[in-house]
Design a protein around this ligand. Sequence first.
Ligand code: ADP
Length: 576
Amino acid sequence: MLQAKTNGKVLLSKNALKVLESRYLKRNTFGKVTETPLEMFQRVSKAVAQAELCWGSNTDVKVWEEKFYRMLTALHFLPNSPTLMNAGLSAPQLSACFVLPVEDHLKDIFSSLKLAALVQKSGGGTGFNFSHLRPKNDLLIHTQGQASGPVAFMKIFNTATTYIKQGGKRRGANMGILNIDHPDIEEFICCKRRENAFTNFNISIGIYDHFMNALQVDGDWLLIHPRTGAITKVVKAKHLWNLIIENAWSGGDPGLIFLDTINQFNPTPSLGTIEATNPCGEVPLLPYEACNLGSINVAAFIKQKKFDWPALEQTVILATRFLDNVIEASEFPSLRIKNMVKGNRKIGLGVMGWAEALSKLEIPYDSNHAVETGRTLMRFIAEKSLTASYMLARERGPFTNWQKHASNQHIPVRNATRTCIAPTGTISILANTSSSIEPYFALAYRRQHILEGSTLYESNNTLLEYLKQKHIDPAGVISHIEKTGTLRGMKSIPSSVKALFKTAPEIHPSWHLKHQKAFQEFTDNAVSKTINLPQKAKPSDVHDIYFSAWEMKLKGITIFRLNSRKKQVLDSGIKS
Ligand code: ADP
């Protein structure tokens, strides 16, 4: 087994090493791993520091390389998976998030499919809005045939993804969106109802404010032909809404994206309207745009039950520079994408380890104190990364579309967006912390499917450390959490401790929403968040959450009701 060490300390958990070994470390042509984790961090730091050559002298490169290396090996910040996997290799593609257009011409559809294949091969995820496609059974003028419609075309994208294995590392991910006024919306809302349908897609409905207004007055809603503008059907807004709720309740899909809110915060409106996001929803992008992400392990910045703000500030500044450099260090699958990315230079700095940070601060996740702390934290990160991007603009120039299009940004910044909250599904395993801003899923769990043919077992080290600090005998705790995933029912554990280590299904959905809102307020992209519901939740609970999400001006919303799908990535409790 590989062991990464710095200053004599073992840095990476057993699970992190497993994940690195199976997916991230460089391999030779025979598939044999040829680098250690520390060499991987060196490779990434070096490749990203090389970008400094575009703006400065050779000598600075080594300095930045060392700074980046220290930040990565301390697990204070990790970039998104494609950067870790590909930086420094030949023709590296380093971004996790792409949006590609789907225009209503066969040639254009297949051009986007080809680009999607190239993006997915390199480990990036792709988002599409299928609303420009003419509806199913519409007449095709040249052939006198009938159109297949958005759902049929999405099937082709889904099948392609199944066979593009990202160099054997992981299967690709997509977001499919259809707007609420498309004639095929009913079919789309229900398209994931069958078990195993569209497994490579998350789906979301593009919602307009005027749809929500119609819903509130039980009004009619018009379905409009995207090419001719003709009304194809009049339905009750409530009918579509109930169909959405019913499907989300029974299987998690569809989520919603709120198009008007997203476009209200579009930093470059003169370049077009945003219609889609990346697969997990945290980055709304224009067609052909890409964004590279990175997340700060905020739990690592708690010292004696307080945030070490100066250290956090330094990391935010360095991480912002790192992400801006990644744009230079990256190759892109087409010139069009390259030009869009270089024109806007969007980056997405976010957080992981929020639940762990709260435990260390002794603040229960389901409390106003936690929500306010989240707001303070994200405001800090947003302000410091904005300043860092401003300083980079002075050094390197603002993003070119800022100059050309006098965008929504008032000050010259280097990056059209700086922040987003990604799910950190894999990088949080590498950093050995809780993912994103999610509460703990369980205190011990089995993670399925993440590596082909392999299962990871994880138990919550922060809890065990905490018990040790409080001189609470952990005997019995381990076997209890391995069986049930929670502290519930353990009489020997004080309720104050139980409150600090509640798991996602034990936390009322309204708290999940409040955290999403608090972080969204200071995030210029979006927040990827799953509102976890207990199995017994009703469709009316889903309604309440989806409706409040719109009222709260969130950019999107996703729920998951426990055990509502046969296959789950995470399973609470280890022994069954
Ligand atoms: P990681 O922890 O691997 O860096 P995240 O879980 O934070 O990634 O996801 C960030 C983004 O990366 C997603 O929204 C999506 O755009 C992309 N992504 C995640 N998983 C995949 C995948 N299996 N294939 C392609 N893209 C992915």
